[in-house]
Design a protein around this ligand. Structure first.
Ligand code: GLU
Ligand code: ZN
Length: 297
């Protein structure tokens, strides 16, 4: 018997309310999971308080529910996972794979001529007296993976970025570390997210190797960009999706994702639109480009 095992997730950062770009990611990851009889988990990536907006986490959850995007199980809040992140940092330090780094941005730029980390502090295995970040040492090797939408991807991290930060100078845990640990903890098998995170995936892949964690399958969706070609975000004043009538917004997302919802779904409820979507979802019809302009419909 063919058994399907699919665990997907949506992992918003509560930096502002849900906008059409984040709704698109939510819809695609939800429908891909549900069309595989999978689970769809929700993780609130609240590990960067200076960037967060108060009330945004609640607003995101409320909007998802209003749009019929019901998650399985409890929401995992990253702000409550610090001890797990710290344990991984300590493990990486103890094994000599991570090190203490006191470099400033300008020192890195001066030493390398780029923002790629030149390896300056690799021998620092004791905590220094001055403020420090913790970096993971990367090897000089190529990482490659097959993306479900963006096809074959490869990169040598040592040449592109170098040893990367896993804990920041201010004491905050890096997104790369948290996302990898939590995808593993939650048993995530499929990551469907925006292509703005395609390059970050090399760091995730590398960390999964070092921590001996399984690699999920990745599919990076096109991101919706505004007329200036910028990704929609709080910084580019993206409007929150309204709580009024979810139908037109869901249909817009499906069209942008290359699906062809029939006219008969106009005026239908969110539940009816999502049900159609799960029955007719074809991932291979999602545009393979990295960006799509906001007004395609
Ligand atoms: N929290 C990230 C964001 O909102 C997404 C992380 C992920 O899907 O891996 O951009
Ligand atoms: Zn350094």
């Amino acid at each position: 018997m063919k058994s399907h095992h699919y665990v997907g997730r949506f992992a918003p950062s509560p930096t502002g309310p849900l906008h059409i770009g984040s709704l698109l990611t939510a819809v695609a990851s939800y429908v891909d999971a549900k069309s595989h009889n999978g689970k769809w988990l929700l993780r609130m990536e609240d590990i960067d308080p200076p960037r967060e907006m108060s009330g945004a986490a609640d607003s995101i959850l409320q909007t998802l529910e209003h749009y019929g995007l019901r998650w399985d199980g409890d929401v995992l809040f990253q702000s409550r996972q610090h001890s797990r992140y710290e344990a991984a940092v300590q493990q990486l330090l103890a094994s000599g794979k991570a090190f203490y780094c006191t470099c400033s941005r300008s020192q890195i730029l001066a030493a390398s001529g780029s923002s790629s980390y030149p390896g300056t502090c690799r021998q620092r295995h004791q905590p220094p007296d001055q403020p420090f970040a913790i970096r993971l040492q990367v090897q000089d090797r190529e990482i490659h993976f097959e993306d479900g939408l963006q096809r074959y991807q490869r990169c040598n991290l040592q040449q592109q970025g170098g040893d990367f930060v896993i804990k920041r100078k201010e004491g905050l845990y890096a997104y790369h570390l948290a996302v990898v640990l939590d995808d593993a903890l939650q048993g995530v098998t499929h990551v469907v997210r925006g292509s703005d995170l395609l390059d970050a995936t090399f760091c995730h892949w590398y960390l999964q190797d070092v921590l001996e964690l399984p690699h999920p399958q990745y599919a990076h969706l096109p991101v919706i960009v505004n007329a200036e070609g910028q990704k929609l975000s709080k910084q580019t004043f993206a409007e929150p999706v309204p709580l009024a009538d979810p139908g037109p917004y869901l249909l817009y997302c499906l069209q942008a994702l290359g699906q062809s919802p029939p006219d008969s779904l106009r005026g239908a409820s969110a539940a009816a639109i999502l049900e159609w979507s799960c029955e007719h979802w074809q991932m291979q019809r999602v545009p393979h480009q990295r960006c799509i302009p906001q007004q395609t419909a």
